[in-house]
Design a protein around this ligand. Structure first.
Ligand code: G
Ligand code: G
Ligand code: MN
Ligand code: NA
Length: 255
């Protein structure tokens, strides 16, 4: 297709950029003074002919055509290079970097070495890199998945389970995966103040995560009410428009 051709050229012509959205820690006694602890990298396609294309319009095609592999590696290396850049300044030196990993990228036999390679090529501190997986990619060959995750964990890289609560998650699998964080999907956050079921789901995810020794982050936090409620039920970290939209690296430093 035309889009596929453009995507291929876009990769060759370095038309992709990363935007970053802050992740914060909120102290119950200082609700208005969140501390930035890191960011999530979100890819954007700055296409010559199409303008700024959001990932919803090209990630699926990139998956279907295999282009997600070079694109995903570019994202990983660029995010790691940004960590090294941030290491130079005290304000940003300890920021973590969350990177979304697609199913086909993770499924590749060389995924583990690709992660090592991004770290070695850039010199980024592995402890600052956090890979976001989704439940849907963790259903096939769980033993193989655990081996891969353990190999990456052994280098110090951590794992967050993205969109948690929306997919199929067996609790027995969840217990065995070397995760460090659960990310409450924003569909539960949106109406958490008005829909009692969403409030119960959010509380349950926090309890489940904590009982498994995991941190819990909420995404899609847009209002102070949501922030205060989520902080109150023990959420460890927040991400959402209330704290900052995904922005280019320069705009990030003026937040
Ligand atoms: O802002 P937002 O439109 O950035 O992202 C939409 C979706 O695209 C999200 O589900 C997000 O996980 C996904 N996405 C964003 N960046 C990347 C990336 O670098 N790799 C993969 N696989 N998915 C991404
Ligand atoms: O699926 P993933 O969690 O990787 O996606 C991140 C997506 O969520 C991006 O599309 C990003 O733009 C979007 N996003 C981030 N914060 C908010 C928010 O506060 N509200 C809404 N509606 N979307 C958000
Ligand atoms: Mn994500
Ligand atoms: Na998500």
């Amino acid at each position: 297709s035309e889009l596929e051709k453009d995507l291929r050229n876009g990769l060759a012509n370095q038309e992709f950029v990363l935007h970053y959205q802050v992740q914060v820690k909120v102290d119950n006694n200082k609700l208005h003074e969140p501390t930035i602890t890191g960011v999530e990298a979100l890819v954007r396609w700055n296409s010559g002919s199409r303008g700024m294309v959001p990932p919803a319009q090209f990630i699926q095609l990139a998956e279907e055509t295999g282009m997600i592999l070079p694109l995903g590696q570019w994202v990983l290396e660029t995010a790691c290079a940004q960590l090294v850049e941030w290491a130079k300044s005290p304000r940003t030196a300890n920021w973590t970097m969350a990177v979304n990993v697609s199913a086909s990228q993770f499924a590749k036999a060389d995924f583990v070495t690709n992660v090592y390679s991004a770290l070695e090529k850039t010199g980024a501190r592995p402890e600052l890199l956090k890979l976001e997986l989704t439940e849907s990619m963790l259903v096939v060959d769980i033993e193989e998945i655990i081996l891969k995750m353990n190999a990456i964990r052994a280098r110090g890289v951590s794992f967050s389970l993205d969109d948690f609560g929306t997919g199929y998650s067996s609790l027995s699998y969840l217990k065995r995966l070397p995760l460090t964080q659960l990310k409450i999907d924003r569909s539960f956050v949106r109406d958490v103040l008005t829909d009692p079921s969403d409030a119960v789901i959010a509380r349950t995810i926090v309890a489940l995560g904590h009982s498994l020794g995991l941190k819990v982050i909420a995404e899609g936090v847009e209002t102070e009410g949501q922030r205060d409620f989520l902080t109150g039920i023990g959420v460890d970290a927040h991400q959402g428009y209330l704290f900052g939209k995904p922005v280019g690296v320069d705009a990030l430093h003026t937040l």
